[in-house]
Design a protein around this ligand. Structure first.
Ligand code: ATP
Ligand code: MG
Length: 577
């Protein structure tokens, strides 16, 4: 392809609305253009990258025995009503009506559709296992579309669904997918970590995410997930799912008797601990949340943080947020109390579910809110001054240096971009949708399902997050839009132009994806653009061509060699792509 024909407009500056480097670079290097919030045009360079990622995904999925199909993007509400998700899937689901007033939605994911496909197509255990996948645009009306392709509203996903006769079959299908995923990301030039995760809105019991780890100390904050991993063994989990063993701490407040103490204007655990001169570990923290419209009081040890996804899951909820002040006021009013945030406690609260984290069990002679402003109860004990809640769950956010649940070594934390995930769904969809097959024993049974997603466009953006420098993108060879760019330094020197053209022709003959910068631009502009766009190899034809020498540059390593054009061609032809 001639650069003069390539549809690309590089920009001098980064776009002002971009926060993370992949977004900045993909816009500036002419790969994507925003159409609307979280909705992008994939321009020719981007489309080449996307197709490469898709092909890697396709090859590995096919190799793993999956079959590609394509399901409709617009889906009828009926199937979502059957699965029960029409009511519970939040505002991310883009709902619309057709001209007859029938409710439809834009596909954010396809469990319902694939389950209906299997229900109609699979009758007998003899047809199992089956794994079906597609690569397609999805739409999710994300609350905060940001970070460019990392979190769009419209994005391309590969979604696969496995159908098995039993759990054992599912375990096998799941393992095959886990292996295929490792290969896919490796081939895309991305090192990933497979971490345990929460199953979220899709449901099911076991799930893992594939995370591209990014350095949280770097200037960008593209890693939206905290990943905890063991410094010694394989344990690793998303913070929304991670568990840990706590280090020993003082849990006895040492008060000799219980009493209401003055704690004027003390609104945080830190302030309370300083004011009473006690460690945070002898305080019981009380927080009010709203889960799917219901009030919940969560109790946890003062030095610990509530992990909202864990708390939400303890109530099988779909939406969670901390209660607003006016809501706290309403709860207090109903209970005949008037405390504000900072002085809340479980005693005397009405119409609210109480849940406690395991960390409060050991507390003795502790401090807790008593629903009186500017006061706390000190020296409290469970069962004496405050009743121990009935409902317990692990709702605690793990912290760095807590102990690994598997081996006891300290846990570490890092940021990650989730590029893919795999779920064991079990019969979550097949049961309510009555998707059944006839088993060996003649019995009708629901399919045991798994689902497996890869963010194709997010994977491409994650590759930019991992592979770039101050000059631009450094695409991994396997997903680069072109393998090599040939740059004649002068746009007039005949020998330079002729040699560049010859190298170009030879590479083209060998089906190499090659660009030639034939624009009447200054050398500086051409070289800068080549670096910005991030083509893995550059052959620069300059003055030394009179000695039959060109510059051969590896964009990834930055290494340059001065070699003959023939040698440069040979090096490109030897690449394993
Ligand atoms: P996240 O927690 O990041 O919102 P998710 O749990 O909603 O992701 P899935 O529903 O399992 O993700 O989707 C499968 C894959 O699709 C994800 O692993 C991710 O790579 C990709 N993906 C999900 N949402 C987006 C988005 N808004 N933009 C780009 N890619 C996305
Ligand atoms: Mg999501």
């Amino acid at each position: 392809m001639k650069m003069s024909n390539l549809f690309v407009q590089t920009l001098r500056e980064f776009p002002s609305d971009a926060e993370v480097i992949s977004h900045k670079l993909l816009v500036r290097a002419g790969y994507i253009r925003k159409l609307s919030n979280g909705i992008y045009n994939y321009l020719p360079l981007m489309w080449r990258v996307i197709k490469k990622v898709e092909n890697i995904v396709r090859e590995e999925m096919d190799r793993a025995g999956a079959q590609e199909l394509l399901m409709p993007f617009v889906q009828p509400a009926e199937l979502w009503l059957e699965s029960g998700r029409w009511e519970v899937y939040g505002k991310e689901l883009m709902r619309l009506k057709d001209r007859h007033g029938r409710e439809m939605c834009l596909g954010p994911t396809h469990e319902e559709i694939i389950t209906s496909v299997a229900r109609e197509g699979i009758r007998s255990y003899k047809q199992l296992p089956v794994n079906l996948y597609q690569i397609q645009s999805k739409f999710r009306d994300e609350i905060r579309p940001r970070f460019g392709l990392l979190r769009g509203r419209e994005f391309i996903m590969k979604d696969a669904y496995s159908f098995d006769a039993d759990e054992k079959g599912l375990d096998k299908s799941y393992e095959i997918m886990a292996q295929a995923y490792k290969k896919i990301f490796e081939r895309c030039g991305l090192e990933t970590k497979m971490v345990q995760s929460d199953s979220g809105a899709i449901g099911g019991s076991v799930s893992h995410e594939f995370m591209v780890l990014v350095n949280e100390k770097s200037e960008n904050n593209a890693g939206e997930n905290d990943v905890f991993y063991c410094s010694k063994c394989d344990y690793s989990a998303n913070s929304n799912h991670a568990v840990s063993v706590l280090n020993p701490a003082q849990t006895d407040g040492g008060f000799t008797h219980s009493q209401i103490v003055d704690t004027p204007c003390v609104h945080s655990i830190e302030e309370l601990s300083e004011f009473l001169k006690i460690p945070q570990t002898v305080i019981c923290k009380s927080l009010i949340y709203v889960i799917d419209g219901n009030y919940v009081l969560a109790l946890i040890r003062g030095d610990k943080t509530v992990e909202e996804t864990k708390l939400m899951n303890a109530f099988s909820g779909n939406e969670i947020r901390i209660a607003r002040n006016d809501e706290i006021e309403e709860i207090m009013h109903k209970s005949g109390l008037n405390a504000v945030a900072g002085f809340i406690g479980p005693k005397g609260l009405k119409d609210i579910e109480i849940i406690a984290d395991e960390t409060i069990k050991d507390l003795k002679n502790f401090v807790i809110g008593c629903n009186i402003n500017d006061k706390h109860l000190a020296g409290a004990n469970w069962g004496v001054d405050v009743s121990l809640p009935e409902k317990f769950a692990d709702i605690r956010l793990v912290e760095e240096n807590d102990k690994c649940p598997d081996c006891g070594a300290p846990l570490k934390v890092t940021k990650g971009i989730e590029v893919g995930n795999i779920f064991k769904l079990g019969t979550k969809y097949s049961k309510p949708m009555n998707a059944v097959f006839t088993d060996k024993d003649g019995q009708e049974k629901p399919f045991v399902m798994g689902c497996y997603g890869i963010g194709v466009t997010r994977t491409a953006a994650a590759a930019v997050e991992r592979h770039h420098d101050e000059f631009g993108i450094k695409w991994p060879l396997s997903i680069a839009p072109f393998t090599v760019i040939i740059v004649p330094v002068s746009d007039r020197d005949e020998l330079q132009l002729k040699t560049a053209q010859e190298i170009y022709n030879t590479l083209l003959e060998h089906n190499v994806e090659v660009l030639i910068d034939d624009r009447a631009e200054r050398a500086g502009v051409k070289l800068k653009d080549a670096d910005l766009i991030g083509i893995p190899f550059r052959i620069t034809v300059g003055k030394t061509i009179t000695d039959n020498l060109v510059e051969f540059k590896n964009r990834t390593t930055g290494e340059t060699d001065v070699i003959s054009p023939e040698e440069a061609i040979k090096r490109i032809l030897q690449l394993e792509i």
